[in-house]
Design a protein around this ligand. Sequence first.
Ligand code: ZN
Length: 470
Amino acid sequence: MTRSQTLAATSAKDSGAARTLFFDHAFLPGGWARNVRIAVADGAISQVVTDADAAGSERVKGIAVPGLPNLHCHTFQRGMAGLAERRGPGDDSFWTWRDVMYRFLGRLTPEDVEAIAAYAYAEMLERGFTAVGEFHYIHHGADGTPYADLAEMASRVTAAAGATGIGLTLLPAFYAYGGFGAAPAVAGQRRFLNDPQRFLRLVEATRAAAANLPSTAVGIAPHSLRAVTPETLAEVVKATPQGPIHIHIAEQVKEVDDCLAWSGARPVAWLYDHMPVDARWCLIHATHMTADETQRMAASGAVAGLCPITEASLGDGIFNGPEFLAAGGRFGVGSDSNIEIDAAGELRLLEYSQRLGRRGRNIMTTEAGESTGHRLFTAALAGGAQALGRPIGSLAVGQRADIVVLDAEHTSFSTVAREHWLDSWIFVPGRPAVDSVFAGGVKVVDGGRHLQRDAIAARYRATLGRLIDA
Ligand code: ZN
């Protein structure tokens, strides 16, 4: 299927998504409700009725919950999952993993990126994510020359989202330097590089590409403090008065040390001292913060973009969870490197990493008697929606009709009362519990499988076969 056909098919489906669904149980903004009728028009929820009659509705078996936003993803990295798990000659770290990643991405064509993205997005839908924030930084050809269409790669990502049905927030990354203090970029970074002027043209071209797909948002993503200078960061932020702003920050101890050596300040403190950080911002990782940085971040309304599975995989460290929560901080989760894609799994490891670090239990809650799963899920729904800048994250009128339906016959649910269902979904993994998924009101997953899985997986296997042999 060509790109234009893919987009056309999705547009037709979205506009045709007028339907009324009926669920025995649904998780609404006020909590669990029974006999819930949800009407969908133009991909959005137009009516929610509880204690309703099923007559005239499509009855959907299972337990309806809002799809979780995946606020941080580098989709192409799904293709190298498992390829960096071999010990090198010295101590392995984030930085040696990055060398493997640079070698992998050096080979990717636009077709490869589209094929890998489609597979990753289909997996996300199968595992409970219905929207993704694509922190997109491969912009140019392998030698660093821009494509004729500056947004060629962004168009491929958009096409993959269209083919799978996942909601998309595209975050073109601004990457100008190889390290703090305007250090020159290395060869492995040349596909990312732009000066502010060309980057802003790229953002405009990305907006044009995204306009082909309904309910897509575009923000910006200054890659990290090491990839910008104060002047260039200020320039791209100032030129972008609306939409989400995402940045990697304080992921690694070395990054903190390098930032201190460059500026005398730690990364999060430096950002708050120099940038107007507010609720538009999403600070990815924010792993290494002092108590003061934690308080400043929580008070600003910015979202912490936590990626627990990737942070564990890369050996990053553990986020200041309890202090951030106690200060009213907002967070969401992301699949980042996509080594494992699972909405419930990210929430589970977020809590478990806190337990390992603090040697306690039920850490990411603040009140006695509160369900940890409920708190994790509702906080990540709200934080993820805020970070992605789109009307998502709850089963309420006006929201995109992104509905994940859990298998009510699964032993995680059939043996416990409903106040335990979110805890069971998150903390009792076993067989995946997602049965069907509606994205923008369109059914895209049935029986735990994406409806296009066979074709998308065949293309992914062919792509990876070629790349890994190369
Ligand atoms: Zn990342």
